[in-house]
Design a protein around this ligand. Sequence first.
Ligand SMILES: *Cc1c(COP(=O)(O)O)cnc(C)c1O
Length: 509
Amino acid sequence: MPDHIDRPDVGAAVRGAARDATRETTASEAAREAARDWSGETLRDALGLASEWTVDYRRRVEERPVLPDIAPGDVRRALAKAPPRAPEPFERVLADFDEHIVSGLTHWNHPGFLAYFSSSTRAPSIAAELLVAAVGVNAMLWRTSPAATEVERTAVDWLRQAVGLPDTFSGLIFDTASTSTFTALLAARERAGDGVRDDGLPGGPPLAVYTSEQSHSSVEKSAIAAGLGRRSVRRIETDAAFRMRPEALEAAIAADLERGIRPAMVCATIGTTSTASVDPVPALAAIAERTGVWLHVDAAYAGPAAMAPEQRAHFRGWEAADSIVLNPHKWLGTSLDCSVLLYRDVAPFRASLALTPTYLESEDDETNLMDIGLALGRRFRGLKLWMLFRCVGTDGLAETMRQHIAMSEAAAARLVEGGAFELAAPVSFSTVCFRAPREGDAAGEERLNREILARVNAGGRSFLSHTELDGRYTVRLSVGSVHTEERHLDEALDALHRAAADLSPGEPG
Ligand SMILES: *Cc1c(COP(=O)(O)O)cnc(C)c1O
């Protein structure tokens, strides 16, 4: 019969399958064994190695360059192209982590990290993260992990008390301030729009968002993501100290109302991204109240500083906000990610996003945090904040920020002494903006300051960043790491003065 020619070789296929089955048996046995093994002594050994590594890393991070000296692609080239089929011992994996990965990190826990809003992980938060991974819960509903929801509520309430906000505020924890602000905008959009939740935006009136020209890009990004469009964001002008001008806000709202545009949200900032300036919240709150517009306060960086009583004056009026965001993962010392959103009324949040399919129905709907955000699955983020409060205490947390503020003020004084540098903005909280000035030579000034910054950062001992103020290139230094001491600032200042002197011979400095 001719068909036997085309018939597949069944025998070979069976033999092949048998071979595969043997291989699979060995592989699955190995997997079972690895799982068994990792549940006992191997896990204990691995955690021991990881904890030793962690303690040593923190003790000696200063010996590493704060910025890695690598080119794009270097780390990937050092890693295997494909995943291993067989398990490898943890020691070897950890060695590769140390050799190829940690050497390619920018060390946020380095005491010389003074860039952006510097932050660091306080030790209790590291232990908490381990415990979070150990229990591995998903707190999407209260009942999927009751204590996770309640610890989160408690930790958020402790923070609220610590920063002196009234108990009319409650809240929850998101990953980042970007998400917190976005979620607040969704609630504000629901309150301002005509049934956006059900009908979407196109049918309703156009909406607008008001924030200063110094506010964080996350406000604009939130407007993009919320469907309002970038052009809906009014960047309100600021005064000489980079604070939103209330009269400009009032005029912008009036102009929009006249054109049939509905104001959805005013976002004030306490601690702006470039200079840490503080918007005049009481005046802005009065305007928001008069016009019925949602007031959101972005205090992502500076918010925790309200724990220090002598800093409270900067936060005057924020209790009038509809929502406030503070990031414990910035200055307070929890590991990334931990952004607290506080609100006075949960109803608009639920109105914008709560949606419960049958398979998630439960009897505890009031406490289901999934109703107040986009994400269903929720990490147990409350634990590290709660443990941080327990293990450090509010006095210790406030004192660290107080020291950072004192260090940055001292640094500012040392910077201007000698005349090589001038301040580009008032020192605010722990943030200093400055430049080596070249009056009347904008291009030369930018080149000089870029070069100073590049030299200091290339030294590996300090890492500073830059911004632009009044159209001028500006160097920025922000103290926020629990590891930073005076001597680290001295080092950074010496490097800055050295670079300035080398690059401008004959100039004072
Ligand atoms: C850091 C910061 C943000 C953004 O924070 P993420 O948590 O990274 O999204 C927003 N606003 C201000 C004022 C900030 O300092």
